[in-house]
Design a protein around this ligand. Structure first.
Ligand SMILES: [Zn+2]
Length: 114
């Protein structure tokens, strides 16, 4: 499957190839506030356009780079690494074009305790 998506104003967009079978909701301090639903893909499967127009934010252990649009403030993706060190991109499924979130299984992750 191919997926495309963007922030609200369109300055930052992505194209991804893979199978999005579930979304992760997380109760950590940042996910809780922004209400994102994330799907993790290898970075090699994702092409980002307009990354230079995003601002990134790191906190806590600073291992995840949260990229949000400097113009509209929406977060389309974050960058990090899989446990084995492979670069990964977490897509915000709320930013994927035409994706009906009610058709996707969501799994709650207890990030607040980690
Ligand atoms: Zn934007």
């Amino acid at each position: 499957m191919k997926y495309t998506g963007s922030c609200h104003c369109g300055a930052v967009s992505f194209a991804a190839e893979g199978m999005i079978e579930q979304g992760i909701t997380c109760n950590c301090s940042i996910c809780h506030k922004r209400g994102s639903v994330l799907a993790f893909l290898p970075a090699s499967a994702v092409t980002i356009s307009g990354e230079e127009r995003s601002t990134s934010y790191k906190f806590n252990k600073r291992v995840i780079d949260h990229h949000f649009c400097a113009t509209c403030g929406i977060l389309p993706y974050a960058r990090g690494a899989m446990p084995d060190g492979t670069p990964m991109v977490a897509l915000n499924l709320r930013c994927v074009d035409g994706l009906d979130l009610s058709t996707i299984k969501t799994v709650a992750y207890d990030g607040a305790s980690h």
